[in-house]
Design a protein around this ligand. Structure first.
Ligand code: ZN
Length: 215
């Protein structure tokens, strides 16, 4: 099987898994992944993550001109902002996952570090997650806001909308996304309880040990 067809199948499989676990409802969410020639596969506009057809996934040039397949998601500017500002990006996943969206609306959520330090894995896989403001769906300003981070962040949370996570490949981006959603869920489950979060010393020990980008 060609690299491209394998990646089409992988996107379809991961997307269905995310959908089946209730991590993005209806036709929300989108995924992109880079091929070794620099072109990209992007999930089509209006498509449900649960019912993708591998053959219909959009094929895009590195500059996001359309090469084949269906028309891509309207949220392409979000994806290209990560590929253009972070050279290590091999895949981008965007979901409308419930707990992350809820976290984006809480007054205590810090814009420059939206995930509270509850477990080491959120820190290891995501670094600091930037909370971005609310944008109208499809507004290209979302992509500009990601570009404004100058490649410093691999994950953002769009207020009242959902998270976007970049990874070195599809599996890494999906696993990091799952960690983001699980950490948001823990934050909500324990909200108002007198819990022991990781201390600043413990956070920095994780950052040092696992070489996390934390500036
Ligand atoms: Zn969205």
């Amino acid at each position: 099987m060609s690299e491209e067809n394998r990646l089409r199948d992988d996107i379809t499989r991961f997307a269905k898994s995310l959908f089946d676990r209730g991590l993005t409802p209806g036709n929300s969410g989108n995924i992109s992944a880079r091929l070794s020639d620099g072109t990209l596969l992007v999930t089509p506009t209006g498509s449900s993550m649960g019912f993708l057809d591998p053959a219909h996934i959009s094929h895009m040039a590195a500059d996001m001109t359309h090469l084949g397949g269906d028309k891509p998601t309207k949220e392409v500017p979000l994806h290209s902002a990560f590929y253009d500002t972070r050279q290590t990006t091999g895949a981008v996943v965007h979901l409308h996952s419930t707990h992350a969206v809820a976290l984006s609306m809480l007054p205590e959520t810090a814009a420059d570090n939206a995930l509270p330090p509850l477990t080491p894995y959120g820190i290891m896989r995501l670094g600091k997650v930037q909370l971005l403001p609310f944008f109208l769906p499809g507004d290209p300003a979302m992509g500009q806001a990601v570009r404004g981070l100058a490649g410093k962040r691999s994950a953002v949370l769009l207020a009242n909308h959902g998270p976007v996570v970049a990874g070195k490949d599809l599996e890494a981006a999906v696993f990091a996304m799952e960690e983001l959603e699980e950490t948001a869920k823990l934050a909500l489950l324990t909200r108002g309880m007198n819990i022991r979060s990781l201390t600043q010393i413990q956070v920095h020990a994780v950052v040092d040990r696992f070489d996390v980008d934390w500036d």
